[in-house]
Design a protein around this ligand. Sequence first.
Ligand code: 26V
Length: 829
Amino acid sequence: TWKDAIRGPDTDTTSITKSVVNHVQTSLARQAYNLDTSGAYQAAALSVRDNLILNWNDTQLQYTRKAPKRAYYLSLEFLMGRTLDNAMLNLGLKDNYKESVDKLGFNMEDLLEQERDAALGNGGLGRLAACYLDSSASQELPVWGYGLRYRYGIFQQLISPEGQQLEAPDPWLEMQNPWELPRLDVNYEIRFYGQAERLNDGTPRAHWTGGQEVLAVAYDVMIPGCYTKSTNNLRLWESKPKRGFDLNSFNAGNYEGAVGESNSAFAITSVLYPNDQTTFGKELRLKQQYFWTAASLADMIRRFKNLGKPITDIPDYIAIQLNDTHPTLVIPELMRILVDEEDLDWDVAWKITTNTVFYTNHTVLPEALEKWPVPLMEHLLPRHMQIIFDINMYALSHFLQTVERKFPNDRDRLARMSLIEEGYPQQVRMAHLACIGSKKVNGVAELHSDLVRTTILKDFVELEGISKFSNVTNGITPRRWLDQCNPELSALISKTLKVDKSVWLKDLDRLEGLLPFTEDAAFREEWAAVKQHNKERLAAHVKATLGLDINTHAMFDVQIKRLHEYKRQTLNILGVIHRYITLKAMSPEERKKVNPRVVFFAGKAAPGYYIAKITIRLIVNVANIINVDPDTKDLLSLYFLPDYSVSLAEILIPTSDISQHISTAGTEASGTSNMKFCLNGGLLVGTVDGANIEIAESVGEENVFFFGHLTPAVEDLRHEHRYHPVPLEQKCPALARVFEKISSGAFGDAGVYEPLLATIRTGDYYLITEDFDSYIQALAMVDEAYLDRTEWVKKSIRTTARMGKFSSDRCIMEYADSYWNIEPCPVGK
Ligand code: 26V
């Protein structure tokens, strides 16, 4: 069975205890008799790690022996969260470790809480990368991730009593990190700045010399598959100076100058940029991107060369997936290596490149599309800038011919399609470069992929044909997002299906087997009891960390995601105020008929995002008022939980009765937490956007609370708002009353919120005033539906049962089959 295959010989409880104690005494150099929880965590982690290392070694040896085609997932963000629980579960050793830890006088849950999140990402894009690694390993596919080992992950969020977001650094490596293996011997020299001189010898070659060189050092993070020996690798690069410091300056007495250059080398991987969805053109960010793509590519090519194959075989052995445009520099970098170092013809090099690289787009928001100023690119990466101009020429001349034939005299089209946007300064359009340098381009949900094809890359579709542009709807790993975060539900599912979780967790369509049990009253009761249990688990956590008492007998209504205008947390909080006003106006008799509701928010705002920070202030101050209002507090309460993270999501998601995914139609590429909530039996309140649409198709529209305008209406409505504005009082009286309440000072100094309210009163780009009434209606329908608890639980069960499509195993299979052309490479076969 899989159990024997993946475990070492010493995985019985006695051997595990021995191994943990051994790590306490040797690795930690501590006495077993005065161990604290932190030490116990470290020792248990090191013991689990031993298993991973053996599996990792066998897997990598197998890849070397069999030399299959491999895929490399390049992502600037991997939002891994904690590892210990996930590793024990994937190894099938959690029960054994629990028993050992018990014997040693500790509680497993306390141990797990000791681990810091690896939070090397902003949100959905980074967490998607983490889910994809889990699915790749679980399906025994030869896939590696490549990223950066930031010394500081996403900032820690603190919320002042007045609702101000404060940011603190996240020094996650302060404690030992047992999950990484430093590979100090795997390192590459990476050049910046300097001069690029074309040889002009009839070849396209150039010499790139001078400038600054820094060292990229590899750290390997083991990625265990679920119930398999296959353990993949996530290689993260750390930057450091090539030599310690400049001894000449040092000896001349210039001590600061001597360490200056060394500091600038360390700076490259010092911190994750906390912005998402807005570009800003900072040199250090471009340095990160090149440092990472160049090191990763050098590493892939070194491994490829060990195979002894001709260089033109690269596309038969390597597929490179670009997670958004952040790694697009692999395209000019691969061209540089092939042309300048391997001396290939331009056309041959271009063919290799465009058969190796694949590009996933994750947003159509104009402000999030990466552009880099030409002067900056020229200064930092002079050879790459030449190559980009050459690609533009080559592609354009190629385009020119085709475009001229297809669209004679269409100069506008050429300007639109150019890799270079005219202006002062000129800018490189990374999405265009990623598109023309890739074999295939995909969006992350059906609607989003349609928008990619019909808006930002429309001209390229018309030129290159539709077949290059397709869709892979996002997914989530059911291991972390059901089995790990909701063990009671997982156990209930296994018991009910009479199928071991090792089967259904890797074949999620099996959840459909729950459907007949919707009619089983005893099962429904158990189902509801799990939700109740999870609410109490959250309440205990909130009590312990924030000292607050939460009403666990209320409906739980959750919106947790990055703060952003397009995600419309504003719509939600304005809706809460509307509910508060409505409750206040009711008689005590009427209030008795109202079902209590607890509303949760969590999420970080980019540090410089002024409007998003005001939204947090409004939420916190509304909470401060309504949570103590004796008229309403039992019926409506509101919490902003600080410092949203993967671990917090794991506690929150299993509690939800409803969750909100309410972006303006056409703005949320996919969303993935919507899938997590539904998999855990929460119902969805949402707009007709992103993956909400496909979730509704799967679970049945009768189980989703949809509202709001549809994507095709959005452009016209925005136009109306610009050119024919209607006063709020006329447009949406219910919302006008909410604004009046805020302006009356009911939630503190109204002036604070004015800039936020002004964005809605004038322009209303995200169409709050257009969707408010139907939003309130949708929430009323939620109330109505919740009155019939039996029917509600049926909806919950049906939702979970029909979420099979959204397993990230399905996504990875689609990428493996239709994009990368790779196959499983199991160990020992
Ligand atoms: C863009 C930028 C711009 C430059 C500054 C740093 C930075 C960092 C991240 C991004 C990526 C923005 C795109 C993004 O995060 N998209 C999200 O991808 C999720 C996974 O596909 C998807 O579920 C979300 O709907 C989508 O917003």
